[in-house]
Design a protein around this ligand. Sequence first.
Ligand code: SF4
Ligand code: SF4
Length: 363
Amino acid sequence: MGICKYCSKESPVISQKIGYCVDCIRDHLGLIKSRVMKIHLELRAAHGLPPEPPHTPGGIECDYCINQCEIGEGETGYCGFRTNRGGQLENPLGGLLDWYYDPLPTNCVASWVCPGGSRAGYPDYSNTDGPEIGSKNIAVFYRSCTFDCLFCQNWHFKESTGSKVTPQQLADHVDDRTNCICYFGGDPASQITHAISASKQAREKKEMLRICWETNGSVSRPYLRKMLDLSLESGGCIKFDLKAYHEELNLALCGISNKNTLENFAYLAEFVDKRPNPPLLIASTPLIPGYMDDKEIKAIAAFIASLNPNIPYSVLGFYPCYYLDDLPSTSKQHAKHAREIAEGEGLTNVHIGNWNMLGRENY
Ligand code: SF4
Ligand code: SF4
């Protein structure tokens, strides 16, 4: 139980660190925006990241994502990865990442509907009529991000640099037992040319190799199109984290608009019927207590259903971390209720992810 600093109403769950309830963020962000965005500015400064996407006159434009940074000499883009040194964007193809082999079936957001963890895609995109036990995924964690989520579960990447791995070096790790590559992070949008190049080289090494993505959907459309082509032809999938539906809430929680995310999702939905098995597009939403309420889930589910009700949707457990460490873990009741709401909006394939880490206590 807490009090919203704007409407002074008691809310069953509210982050005192944010200070505002979800209704006030959705309905009155214009009035409280400077105070909410100050949270992002301070967090980003602590990690040496630019406070906002730079738009320096005469700077070099980066077209990778929604932020469309114009980066002046010596400056870094919002993601912290692309830097203007001597009039050139540094490391256009050198990735900053961690990678590891992940035995299949993995705990991927989509493994309940993909060839790695289910019967999907057999025999065209998998040689196993069931989970691909004994095979592996290459998980590629990019250490940079185009959003600034207050609930980031992988925020530690902001505190160290990782290693530089070229696309060819990454592709060289594909062996006979590697069936898929999944790019996540951070977000692959900020290093998208690296991922595309690595994928093409990896696909030359092995024919049955799926290319998958886990993203906030901020990538620019021309690169999304390349991601789409790679996943469509390889039997891979694109997993969009729809963190909020209302732009105000996305801005407050993630620092950046979700306009591009929703438009990109709608664009990809047009291709879903081109390759229904395994599913091309999967949506997920982290259930942040107090903020991912009925109204938000209903709006997200209605949006997905309006595009194609058969798109798989996974509601995910949140646990207290990073800035939002003053909220409880998602309760089982919250997750079950969210699933009911999503099904009520017409979605035919709704899943609760991370069941084991959901909390017992309701709020
Ligand atoms: S990837 Fe996005 S955030 Fe990073 S420099 Fe380019 S436009 Fe800016
Ligand atoms: S990388 Fe793709 S195919 Fe492999 S387990 Fe994850 S979602 Fe499934």
